[in-house]
Ligand binder design. Sequence first.
Ligand code: 1CP
Length: 366
Amino acid sequence: SASNGIPEDFPALKNDAFLCACRGQETPHVPVWCMRQAGRYLPEFRESRAGKDFFETCRSPEACCELTLQPLRRFPFDAAIIFSDILVIPQAMGMDVQMVAGKGPTFPEPLKEPEDLLLLKPKVDVNKELGYVFKAITLTRHRIEGKVPLIGFTGAPWTLMSYMIEGGGSTTHSKAKRWLYRHPEASHQLLRMLTDVIVDYLLGQVAAGAQALQVFESHAGCLGPVEFKEFSLPYLRDIARKVKDQLKESGQDVPMIVFAKDGHYGLEDLSQSHYDVVGLDWTIDPRSARERTGGKVSLQGNMDPCALYAPKERISEIVKRMLEGFGTRGYIANLGHGLYPDMDPENVGAFVEAVHTHSRHLLNHK
Ligand code: 1CP
């Protein structure tokens, strides 16, 4: 197995459009996937998850595999993302995290003061603490039968730090931001600890079979440009550098995507941070995103998820305009954030079809 250093014999990849687009290569159509494509908007997902604890599900490779494959049975997505959660990392570091129905992830004992850093494991053995994710990835990579590539992911250090201090979702993130202003050194210490675990975690995912990696900086938007440059960007860069350098040693190159939600002030910097792809939320205009990233990276995004509430014809028009804005090369269609539980699966199908149809048309008439 991968953990013995012997590569797994995985089925051959049949659709490489997503991986080609990550690398800026020409593709027959623009590839498309959706953040949270494995989720509660699918009745089969709700059925599989019914009555089961969220993190228990995350610890079951069979369950994660099934949930990852569900959206692929319905829609011709060009990539799959492994079912898991970003908060498995704080758990691996020794924190208790529960998924509370109607409330979301909750930490009964969040970090309060810098002394609390002593409660975290100083060294995390990712094979021991997160081996269940690696098993899920290996199993899923086999069961996907080479249909599409499998994406692994992690939360970025700042986003994970904010959950560990807030104790759950937050609108202001004021408890976590208090640390940045009041305890900058302890903040850097925590961000460094997280970065080290994340690097090992991503390398473990690749060894297990992940064919691309996405780093979610979901809480970039509550930082300003100055705080972003100090507390987010250096760690995002360090992660990509270390993962890429390590992989290079064994002759591997796995595309990496950074998604800093609402972090448009950091777009130029993000496009020069060793990532192959920059993911965008819907608050950025496609053409200006292209100009500001100057062809240095591929782009991913960025339809407003709420556009999926529109009638199908309107979705098709919105997709067409988005494709014209980004162009068909070095582009991966996606939403600007995840799907919501009340979205109609049929409209998700209409989105995917519109991307494929319009992009094929644009590519054939160049
Ligand atoms: O039982 C359930 O279905 C609960 C809903 C749910 C799901 C489907 C949660 C709770 N996590 C997940 C899976 C998940 N989480 C995936 C799976 C694969 C896919 O995308 O199809 C991924 C990539 C994540 C990543 C994740 N978890 C992020 C980053 C992406 C983003 O949304 O910005 C974040 C911030 C989380 C935390 C989290 N987990 C779950 C919820 C409701 C939240 C957000 C809490 C909050 O801040 O309010």
